[in-house]
Design a protein around this ligand. Structure first.
Ligand code: FAD
Length: 496
């Protein structure tokens, strides 16, 4: 809630500043806006670049476009900026960073690239992954130096599938740190952001070059945003569109809830497809393994998994390596009794984790009846009707593995921490649809490619709306890296 309060203050500031300058007209040097016509005439505004989507990719792109001296407008269909980036953990991977250096972690661009390719079952476009890996460090430095994002200086996360800890952790452990700072930068640069303005169609001239966007504002007025140089599509994924999920992979039907914000409905994919854009990997839909069984919302409390929590089933047995890939853990959970998993941790793990950052969520989970804190393992297990004797045996065995430093059942990577210090916690978790790996096919310059294999003139895309970067499975922390790296590249390319 604290995050949302902060972001709403920033949003309010943006709204006020836009109205003070006539809804941002001052900002587009080339802007040539007509006054809204009461006779029903369509209003037209002219910019160098139109960015569709005010999430992390769109805002990064807009900042770089404006920084290069061109005029730009951001269209956002929701009443707030941020998209999934806002509600994300905001953690992003980069090798060879100053934080890894401080922590003495050896890593390399090559290793990061290898992990990413392997994590996506070697189905990703290697050229795009190379660009991601080569530019990850400069992306995080850009966020730190140009956008003023604060990162924890003495901590890195190691998401599943990564061979070393390499995910930088923004202050507060939330994408709010990213979006509030990107939003502030956008405001300082006088970049107009049109909220509640939904892009409905990407326009082209007679030669087929993209030259604008037709959008509709909250009052139903149509507006044409002309783009002299091009359009950047940054509309995010389609995790919230049940229809698209079912169209591209019937497995992800009503049985799954979603971690995504309601605006993630694949609009950019549909609009670009109308211009002949090629799609790639649309069937690759990722679930996040540890979400609320009541709301489907991703649980940050359950990130204790990365710091030592153990995953068991109703029978009190472990059934998967806790740091395996998301798809592996998700499938494993779904095949347990009731399709549920139970994470158990103790006070040592709690203290090592960042659980205290998420106490609002913690209280909600307790209210939902999906989390229990108890003085003994028995008490916690009974709350969920978990087989107490078997669970105690499982934990006793796991504690021996912790003493010997080797998990003989699932070969858990990283440090193994014995669960011995009361109070104990058990949380009930299910997988939810989380990320859509497929989308618009782009090249290394973020140009959208058509079905004939050629770039569509004037059309660029960045972020979750694109496909090909994560193969069949995105590794944790790679989406935020992706949106900043390719958002910035799209900005550079559209101005070429
Ligand atoms: C709960 C959660 C936690 C996550 N945590 C992490 C993490 O820690 N690290 C990581 O790497 N990844 C994480 N991810 C994934 C990551 O957040 C997303 O993949 C990424 O933020 C997508 O950024 P984007 O800019 O492409 O899209 P978004 O941030 O979703 O922005 C797209 C924007 O476009 C707008 N839009 C859509 N259609 C239109 C239209 N027609 N007209 C105008 N506007 C439109 C949307 O409303 C939205 O604001 C998480 C995702 C979720 C849901």
């Amino acid at each position: 809630m604290k995050s949302f309060k902060r972001i709403s203050i920033i949003l309010l500031a943006i709204v006020l500043s836009l109205s003070a300058v006539g809804c941002g007209q001052k900002n587009g040097e080339n802007a040539d806006a007509d006054t809204p016509n009461k006779d029903g005439q369509v209003k037209e505004e002219v910019y160098d670049v139109v960015v569709i989507g005010g999430g992390g990719a769109g805002l990064s792109a807009a900042i770089e476009v404006k920084g290069a001296g061109a005029s730009v407008v951001v269209l956002e269909k929701m009443a707030f900026i941020g998209g999934n980036t806002l509600i994300s953990g905001g953690e992003l991977n980069a090798p060879e960073t100053w934080i890894q250096e401080k922590l003495g972690i050896e890593d390399s661009i090559e290793q990061y690239k290898e992990d990413t390719l392997k994590g996506g079952d070697n189905q990703a476009d290697e050229k795009l992954v190379t660009v991601l890996a080569n530019n990850a460090r400069s992306a995080i430095e850009w966020l730190r130096d140009e956008v003023n994002v604060s990162f924890k200086e003495d901590y890195l996360m190691q998401f599943g599938g990564h061979s070393v800890p390499r995910a930088a952790y923004p202050e507060g452990g939330s994408g709010d740190e990213l979006i509030s700072k990107l939003g502030t930068k956008v405001e300082e640069m006088d970049i107009p952001v049109r909220k509640q303005t939904k892009a409905e169609e990407i326009l082209t001239d007679e030669s087929g070059k993209v030259n604008g966007v037709r959008a509709v504002d909250k009052d139903g007025n149509e507006i044409i945003f002309k783009a002299n140089k091009g359009v950047i599509v940054a509309t995010g994924g389609f995790g919230s569109s049940l229809e698209m999920r079912k169209k591209y992979n019937p497995e992800y039907d009503e049985r799954y809830m979603s971690t995504d914000q309601p605006g993630s409905t694949g609009d950019g994919i549909v609009m670009a497809e109308e211009l002949g854009a090629a799609l790639i990997g649309m069937e690759n839909i990722q679930t996040y393994p540890t979400c609320s069984p009541v709301t489907g919302v991703l649980s940050y409390v359950a990130d204790t998994r990365f710091d030592g929590a153990v995953l068991v089933n109703k029978e009190g047995n472990r059934f998967v390596e806790e740091l395996d890939r998301r798809d592996v853990i998700s499938k494993a959970i779904l095949s347990q009794t009731d399709g549920m998993g139970y994470l158990i941790w103790d006070t040592t793990v709690k203290n090592k984790s960042h659980m205290d950052n998420y106490m609002k969520e913690f209280d909600q989970l307790v209210k939902q009846g999906t989390l229990i804190k108890a003085d003994t393992i028995e008490e916690a297990a009974k709350f969920f009707d978990i087989n107490v004797d078997q669970l105690k045996e499982t934990i006793a065995k796991y504690n021996e593995y912790a003493t010997n430093g080797k998990d003989e059942d699932f070969n858990r990577r990283g440090e193994i921490i014995g669960l011995t210090e009361a109070p104990y916690y058990i949380q009930k978790v299910v997988p939810s649809v989380h990320h859509t790996m497929g989308g618009l096919k782009i090249d290394t310059e973020a140009r959208v490619i058509n079905n004939e294999g050629n770039p569509i003139p004037g059309l660029f895309a960045a972020g979750e709306v694109t496909g090909g970067i994560h193969g069949t499975n995105r590794l944790g922390g790679n989406a935020i890296t992706d949106i900043v790296v390719f958002g910035r590249i799209a900005a550079e390319s559209v101005l070429k």
